[in-house]
Design a binder for this molecule. Structure first.
Ligand SMILES: Cc1cc2nc3c(=O)[nH]c(=O)nc-3n(C[C@H](O)[C@H](O)[C@H](O)COP(=O)(O)O)c2cc1C
Length: 322
């Protein structure tokens, strides 16, 4: 539906923003129109108060929406000038985006904008094909352009360290009744405009990944000893930022969004394994175990998806504010 007071370009840019990934599909964003663009605001009512007491995940999620908007604007030949946290006295004003006429988009910019429609989260096992090494480098460059870094885990020892820390983090979260209640409140039993819909959950959470995924259904199945793990070779990467805090979280979100779009442009999708960076303890342990120079903001498995589950979004009209 086209909102009367929105120009077609702005409608398109904001639609792309709303298709961004967000923690538990909370979509914790609001947009206020301006004469020459829009403001991106945090929707505190959609922050996960248990999982996200500091607002880190909210900022990362809103950062992904920001990069979706920028990519869509470029495909329309618009230049998007972004100012992060423009009003020091108003931390809920996350970014001011000014749109103006820019250069005609090149083929890469157009392909990246199409990836907005191709990207999706994967929770089932990937296809067996490994990622081409060149693509991993390209994704690293995409992260760097947003002020972040992508650290691939090639070494078996590093992957074992990650697996151990991931299991521990997951276990700590799941034994907290408040975490379980909050998670359950975002899992839907029918397709919905937000939250995790039933189709987006793996048939068997233990078979959907070689690493421990967040178990949205809280079923606690044990990995069956007799079954071989899925034959897949995903890349495993950690996204880091040099600093931490609200600005770094927004930058991490823009880097995450950009990496996911560049991956999707080449047919590659991601499975986020965020539990290990949710809590300060495991986050610090991960940084130490991997000898990271920056702060870990997200862990991803990347590979070729075998299926796609649609997730819902709210309409642009529902996320506009005055
Ligand atoms: C900051 C952030 C953290 C996320 N953490 C997880 C996670 O731990 N496990 C998971 O399966 N998906 C995770 N996701 C993916 C979201 O659940 C997903 O983006 C959302 O449900 C919308 O689905 P879509 O990505 O298919 O559009 C995360 C996404 C973001 C942006």
């Amino acid at each position: 539906m086209v909102t009367p007071h929105l120009s077609a370009s702005l409608q398109h840019v904001l639609e792309a923003a709303t298709l961004a990934p967000s923690v538990h599909n909370t979509q914790p964003w609001r947009f206020a129109l301006r004469a020459d663009g829009f403001d991106l605001l945090a929707d505190e009512s959609r922050r996960l108060t248990v999982l996200d007491p500091t607002g880190r995940l909210l900022h990362v999620s809103c950062g992904t929406a920001l990069v979706h908007a920028r990519v869509a604007a470029r495909a329309l030949g618009l230049s998007a000038d972004v100012e992060l946290l423009p009003e020091p006295g108003d931390p809920s004003l996350l970014a001011r985006v000014t749109l103006s006429a820019g250069a005609a988009p090149d083929d890469d910019e157009l392909a990246l904008a199409l990836a907005v429609l191709k990207r999706h989260t994967v929770r089932d096992a990937f296809a067996p094909e490994p990622l081409p090494e060149g693509l991993l480098h390209a994704l690293g460059r995409a992260a760097e352009q947003e002020g972040a870094a992508l650290r691939p885990l090639h070494d078996e020892g590093e992957r074992v360290s990650l697996a151990v820390l991931l299991s521990g983090a997951d276990w700590s979260e799941e034994r907290d009744p408040a975490y379980r209640r909050e998670l359950a409140s975002w899992v839907r039993d029918a397709p919905a405009q937000d939250g995790i819909s039933p189709e987006a959950l793996p048939a068997d959470v233990t078979r959907g990944s070689s690493l421990r995924q967040r178990d949205f259904a809280l079923t606690h199945p044990e990995r069956s000893g007799g079954e071989a793990p899925p034959a897949e070779e995903p890349a495993v990467v950690v996204l880091t930022t040099p600093r931490d805090g609200p600005r770094a979280w927004l930058e991490a979100g823009q880097a995450l969004g950009s990496v996911l779009l560049h991956a999707a442009q080449h047919g590659v999708q991601a499975q986020p394994l965020a539990q290990v960076v949710d809590l300060p303890g495991p986050r610090a342990q991960l940084a130490k175990a991997l000898g990271l120079t920056g702060t870990p903001q997200m862990v991803l498995r990347l590979g070729y998806a075998t299926a796609r589950a649609a997730t819902g979004r709210r309409d642009v009209t529902d996320v506009l504010t005055s």
